[in-house]
Write a protein that binds this ligand. Sequence first.
Ligand SMILES: C[S@@+](CC[C@H](N)C(=O)[O-])C[C@H]1O[C@@H](n2cnc3c(N)ncnc32)[C@H](O)[C@@H]1O
Length: 216
Amino acid sequence: MGKIMHDYISDYIRNLIPEHDGILKELEEYAKENHVPIVHKEMAKFLEFMMQMKRPKRILELGTAIGYSATLMALNSNANITTVDRSEEMIQIAKENIKKFGLENRIEVLNGECIDVIRSLNEQYDIIFIDAGKGHYEDFFNESLRILKDDGIIIADNVLFRGMVATDELLKRRKITIVKRMRKYLDMVSNREDLTTTVIPMSDGIAITTRRQNNE
Ligand SMILES: C[S@@+](CC[C@H](N)C(=O)[O-])C[C@H]1O[C@@H](n2cnc3c(N)ncnc32)[C@H](O)[C@@H]1O
């Protein structure tokens, strides 16, 4: 669990969120037993909220793993979802899960490096969810802008990375490159005049970015 908030606040927020049942619970248990990283409970609730608020038609997800967050977004929207992962093992498990839940006509799973897949896409997306390759968010983001609708949203998970992004006191030597790049990502999305970004210190840190609309 990321140390980005006082434990009593994290625990309180987490306990407010009802447990899932059915297929999401099944995937949560599989992920836990097999040590597969999936979005935290608070991030799952945040995505659920975004589905209701934005009513997306098309979503791109970077980082499929076993298909948990893609399934969660599909169950909470009418969107068609494209999800990308470079691990063939994960892709196979995700495809099996998605088929088992009858979501194969809503969720398309692509095998490849995120950056190559983003460059190959030409549809326009309402939401792009970045949850892969923590050291490469800036590249993913820059390539994603081309395929983001004018009023689209880019959601990035793990941007505070267990608190290390916010303070050197928590920084582990082997994570220095990722942390420096994540700080650069947050500086960029926070300071570009054509964008507006908010960083939420929940889960492992969430950054949401959209284009600034001209209000004249
Ligand atoms: C945190 S997991 C995704 C979890 C998923 N979003 C969920 O909550 O159910 C990150 C996944 O991204 C994949 N990945 C990491 N770097 C990648 C890259 N550069 N291109 C494609 N996939 C990548 C990993 O194989 C891993 O399965």
